[in-house]
Design a protein around this ligand. Structure first.
Ligand SMILES: Cc1cc2nc3c(=O)[nH]c(=O)nc-3n(C[C@H](O)[C@H](O)[C@H](O)COP(=O)(O)OP(=O)(O)OC[C@H]3O[C@@H](n4cnc5c(N)ncnc54)[C@H](O)[C@@H]3O)c2cc1C
Length: 307
């Protein structure tokens, strides 16, 4: 790993030469880029504009022996208070182009899932309704196989364009991605999604809108959307619901520092104001121990950790 200031400085220059001066930020607070609003600084934060720039940035990091992390909308992420001593490659800024080919919608990785869903609705294209309230990017959603209300990315994805771990571009069909509950081959093999193509079908815009309105109403009623969080903190354990186990363990409202188990939905850890990553880690560990002690089920975090 690059360990001197001069190694880091030369990588910063290299990245600036690749993407432009103003697109490489030093010591960028990650609290600005996560829905939890938590996280210390990334040593370097780079904003590529197209797939080739992403590839070149990754190559530069590898050549400099510097760790890198690909960031979407930061809606499933807890970054440590010490930050990340590496390069964060932020895709949700400029990789936001959408193209249509008949019933196929191709979105670059940084497109917001909500916007893709909204756009499809306006065009009378059905399939992405389930995604209307998921605050992630298309790339992050493919990586996580995001889903809600009975739908998930695997149901509607046709293919993804990726950068493989060896730096080559490839296009993989949905059947090659091994998409499961909040998991994918993309995650297992550290691929980077640069764009995704969804196969939609023609629908009545009013019916699509009604479905989305229903999902939104259900979400607003049940979830603590008024407070910063990273959505469901834990994966759904086989045969149970994480929120119910946590609630039954009497942990609703339990707080460590600024982090609390939501009183509205026990499956969410929320930032009540000024929460640190250490608060959230402490709360996650406490919830895991209490739930396991009571019900013999060890909850597994769904939230990804960085730093
Ligand atoms: C209020 C709220 C509600 C939520 N509701 C839901 C829900 O209903 N269903 C659900 O599934 N999730 C939900 N989430 C969680 C989150 O929105 C999803 O997991 C989403 O898919 C994460 O996407 P992201 O772009 O924010 O990813 P990030 O948080 O930016 O990253 C998550 C992981 O994906 C990787 N990644 C991101 N982009 C790429 C890429 N282009 N290529 C390769 N890897 C990449 C990152 O490296 C990281 O490991 C919710 C979150 C919040 C805050």
């Amino acid at each position: 790993m690059a360990d001197s200031d001069s190694d880091r400085q030369s990588l910063a220059w290299k990245l600036r030469s690749l993407v432009g001066e103003e697109r490489v930020l030093a010591d960028e607070p990650m609290s600005r880029h996560t829905t939890f609003e938590i996280g210390g600084p990334a040593a370097l934060y780079v904003i590529p504009d197209d797939p080739e720039e992403i590839r070149a940035c990754i190559e530069a990091c590898r050549a400099a022996d510097m760790p890198f992390f690909v960031l979407g909308a930061g809606s499933n992420l807890l970054v440590s208070d010490d930050g990340f001593d590496g390069v964060v490659i932020g895709l949700a800024h400029d990789l936001v182009r959408v193209t249509l080919d008949g019933l196929e919608m191709c979105c670059q990785a940084g497109v917001s899932l909500r916007e893709a869903s909204e756009m499809a609705c306006e065009l009378g294209l059905s399939g992405l309704e389930f995604a209307c309230g998921i605050p992630g990017s298309v790339g992050g959603a493919c990586y996580m196989n995001a889903g809600a209300y009975g739908g998930c990315i695997a149901d509607v994805l046709k293919s993804v364009r990726v950068i493989r771990a060896d730096g080559s571009f490839d296009t993989l069909g949905v059947d090659e991605l091994d998409l499961g509950y909040r998991r994918s081959r993309i995650a297992d093999e550290r691929m980077v999604v640069v764009s995704a193509t969804f196969g939609l079908h023609a629908g009545d815009p009013d019916e699509i809108r009604a479905k989305m309105d229903d999902f939104t109403a259900r979400r607003t009623e049940k979830q603590p959307l008024e407070l910063p969080s990273a959505g469901s903190t834990f994966k759904r354990p086989e045969g149970h619901f994480a929120g119910k186990l946590i609630s039954d363990a009497g942990l609703k409202g339990f707080q460590i520092g600024g982090a609390a188990v939501s009183t509205k939905h026990a499956g969410f850890v929320v930032n009540m104001g000024g929460a640190t990553a250490a608060d959230v880690h402490g709360l996650i560990a406490h919830v895991q121990d209490e739930v396991e002690g009571r019900f013999g089920v060890r909850l597994e975090p769904e939230v990804r950790l960085l730093g």
